[in-house]
Design a protein around this ligand. Structure first.
Ligand code: HEC
Ligand code: HEC
Length: 156
């Protein structure tokens, strides 16, 4: 059984080598017409860095409508200078459950207090600690590419 299997594998490998070798050498020698490709970074050479865009974050406003029910809500206020480090999370200054009465912020979702194993905690789960992984503010930047995304039917 082992013998038959390895013999089959061997002939398969041999086949591949025989079939692929000419392809590879062919590609190396073929004259390819130059293709003009323009990346999103524009004509700036790869060793140079594009200057950062000067975009403005949206002015603070009320909670934005969601595009689908499970969407992490967009951040409706500026987060300039809000730090999230191993010891300190600026977002929780206002969004932690015991802070929201004073801050007027939305309570962090209960789902954020559950670990990967389903254990319920009394402080935000490490899974959800880095808020900006999922929640983002919006700026006045123009979209880089078109898209045809539409709000979920149930929320239109
Ligand atoms: C100084 C207090 C404060 C800080 C700090 C703060 N927020 Fe807020 N946040 C608010 C308030 C107040 C609202 C509610 C605005 C309203 O209801 O009009 C809000 C709303 C939100 C919402 C919208 C919730 C919804 O239901 O749509 C998200 C998401 C959010 N904040 C995320 C963050 C994140 C992430 C950070 C940290 C980077 C952060 N916030 C830091 C005060 C704060
Ligand atoms: C892994 C992604 C993820 C991370 C990280 C995360 N969130 Fe969320 N958040 C969500 C999603 C998805 C929802 C909506 C569904 C839900 O409630 O779980 C949500 C909902 C919320 C809401 C709205 C709750 C409501 O009642 O409508 C607030 C406020 C919020 N998050 C704040 C935060 C803050 C503050 C942090 C950081 C401490 C954070 N989130 C980290 C994904 C995330």
């Amino acid at each position: 059984m082992m013998c038959a299997l390895s013999r089959n594998l061997c002939s398969l490998l041999a086949c591949c080598i025989v079939l692929l070798l000419p392809l590879q050498t062919g590609a190396a020698t073929a004259e390819l017409a130059p293709v003009k490709v323009q990346g999103l970074r524009g004509a700036v050479p790869i060793e140079q860095i594009n200057p950062p865009g000067r975009y403005r974050q949206e002015r603070d406003h009320g909670p934005a409508d969601r595009d689908f029910v499970q969407q992490p809500p967009l951040i409706p206020h500026s987060i300039q200078g809000y730090q999230i480090t191993a010891n300190f999370n600026k977002c929780m200054d206002c969004h932690a459950w015991q802070k929201t009465k004073v801050s007027g912020a939305t309570k962090v979702s209960v789902t954020h207090y559950r670990t990967r194993e389903g254990q319920e905690l009394d402080s935000v789960s490490p899974l959800r600690y880095f808020c900006n992984q999922c929640h983002v503010p919006q700026t006045d930047a123009k979209p880089l590419v078109d898209n045809t995304y539409q709000r979920a039917r149930g929320l239109r």
